[in-house]
Write a protein that binds this ligand. Structure first.
Ligand SMILES: NC(=O)c1ccc[n+]([C@@H]2O[C@H](COP(=O)([O-])OP(=O)(O)OC[C@H]3O[C@@H](n4cnc5c(N)ncnc54)[C@H](O)[C@@H]3O)[C@@H](O)[C@H]2O)c1
Length: 357
């Protein structure tokens, strides 16, 4: 049993007494993680927090409190049994690859937070690298995944890994630079699961060549795939997303500092961050958050296939991250833990941009 928290129940519209204020400040976090162990109820003549020795409750509270408390406990049980069913193996794998386990603050040593329990998550580019790691991490924390990728076989491989571990996921083949394809993914997610809670716009491409020589088609294909996809998923996905939902867009350090011959890619990533800020403002009144991560060098096929990296035009100084390092940041921003963060880009580059050249 973890630490006892005494919190006001929002439906009762109650405030805690002065001695509970510090606890109250932490309460929404705890409540979102099903950690409510006692509920504040009114005392005759004023508000006070219930505790084990106070027996001055009005009759109505004696009925309401146990019922609400029971409902919350049932919710917790459901979530935890889903955790046991869906995620044990993948949690262990993800934790092992990160070298840590996300222990729930009030849980036993073997318990792990389930930040995506009952959440429907679309991850583009989920067949490889960062998107694959993010898909697996979200599924390991209870998320129901739609793994979208241009390459259906790789998306299906990610789904197979998730379902083999007891998780829930479906694969969707899509060119995310196509409006019709994106709308089909959104429709599939809604038809399969009934709603969308999280969209991770991860899929991207790179075309190389100096501006004077690059084909117009290559320049605009890069913008359409990388930036257009963010626009399409935002425009068509948001209609199915409720309060508390979140977008996470994957940018790059190339939004800040770049090398020759990747102007199209760098432009698309800079634009993604501007898009993220503006769309976040548009979504504020709906309590839908929009954030981005900007990875540095990450050990994925995209990094090692990069001709600028192969030729040494782009030097890889500093540590190389693992896809799971980015998945950790993406999952944080997509989760309720980041409820006060919107319109932001989190630099996840192992300090690469911090160093003067
Ligand atoms: N790896 C790095 O060093 C690095 C650095 C900065 C930013 N990023 C960004 O991280 C994200 C993920 O990259 P990664 O390194 O995991 O690459 P990756 O090559 O491992 O995975 C990219 C995935 O996107 C898919 N994809 C490509 N074009 C698509 C399209 N039109 N429609 C649907 N899917 C498509 C690919 O099939 C692949 O599965 C990208 O946005 C990339 O720009 C990566």
């Amino acid at each position: 049993m973890g630490k006892r928290l005494i919190v006001p129940h929002p439906r009762l519209g109650l405030e805690p007494g002065p001695r509970q204020r510090e606890t109250k400040d932490r309460a929404p976090q705890a409540a979102s993680e099903f950690d409510v162990l006692a509920i504040a109820v009114p005392k005759v003549g004023g508000f006070a927090a219930r505790n084990e020795t106070a027996h001055t409750l009005p009759d109505v509270a004696n009925v309401v409190v146990p019922v609400v408390g029971l409902a919350l406990m049932v919710g917790r049980c459901d979530t935890e049994s889903k955790a046991a069913r869906h995620a044990r193996q993948m949690r262990a794998e993800a934790a092992a690859s990160l070298g840590l386990a996300r222990a729930h603050p009030s849980a036993g040593a073997n318990a792990t937070a389930m930040r995506f329990a009952n959440k429907i998550c679309i991850v583009t580019g989920g067949g490889s690298g960062i998107g694959k790691a993010a898909s697996r991490q979200m599924a390991s924390e209870g998320g129901c995944l739609v793994v979208a990728d241009l390459d259906l076989a790789s998306a299906q491989a990610t789904v197979n890994a998730i379902t083999a571990a007891g998780g829930t996921a479906i694969a969707a083949q899509a060119d995310v630079g196509s409006s019709a394809a994106v709308q089909a993914v959104v429709a599939r997610a809604v038809a399969s699961y009934g709603k969308i809670d999280v969209i991770v716009n991860d899929a991207a491409m790179m075309k190389f060549g100096p501006i004077a020589d690059i084909a117009e088609a290559d320049f605009f294909a890069t913008l359409t795939t990388n930036l257009g996809s963010v626009f399409f998923f935002s425009k068509y996905g948001v209609a199915h997303m409720g309060p508390g939902s979140a977008f996470v867009n994957v940018s790059s350090v190339h939004a800040y500092a770049t090398s020759p011959n990747v102007v199209a890619y760098a432009s698309s990533k800079g634009a993604i961050e501007a898009f993220t800020r503006g769309f976040a403002l548009e979504m504020q009144s709906r309590n839908i958050r929009v954030n981005a991560v900007a990875p540095g060098s990450v050990d994925t096929p995209m990094l090692w296939n990069n001709p600028n990296v192969k030729s040494g035009v782009e030097k890889l100084e500093g540590p190389i991250g693992k896809p799971e390092d980015l998945a950790a940041a993406i999952c944080f921003l997509a989760s309720d833990e980041a409820r006060f963060i919107t319109g932001a880009t989190l630099l996840v580059d192992g300090g690469r941009l911090a160093k003067l050249p």
